[in-house]
Design a protein. Structure first.
Length: 105
């Protein structure tokens, strides 16, 4: 089907660059790491409202950098499998991580 990206398709270099070009998206990717995180926890991490965080996550998902699992009304995100080199770049370039006071769900 035209315009529909295969879930197993690796992101292109241009897509990765677009995904990493914003400090908020970079911080979200760094926070995700290898664990699954609820959107509400991501909001607290980047200190942004839910619509802003959701837009950034939608772009990261479009470019194949994150995956999403819906559970009831909550969306849980996880960093997609990235090459070791790209993972290192994300981890090194991300702003320092702030600790969230607690979980919402």
């Amino acid at each position: 089907m035209p315009g529909v990206k295969s879930p197993s398709a690796a992101p292109t270099v241009a897509q990765v660059c677009l995904g990493l070009s914003d400090p908020t998206r970079l911080s979200l990717l760094a926070r995700l790491g290898r664990e699954e995180v609820c959107v509400c926890d991501l909001q607290a991490h980047v200190d942004r409202d839910q619509p802003t965080v959701s837009r950034h996550l939608a772009m990261l998902r479009k470019y194949g950098l994150v995956t999403c699992r819906k559970e009831g009304r909550w969306n849980h995100y996880r960093r997609a499998h990235l090459s070791p080199a790209l993972t290192r770049i994300v981890d090194l370039a991300a702003p320092p991580r702030r600790r969230s006071p607690g979980s919402c769900c």
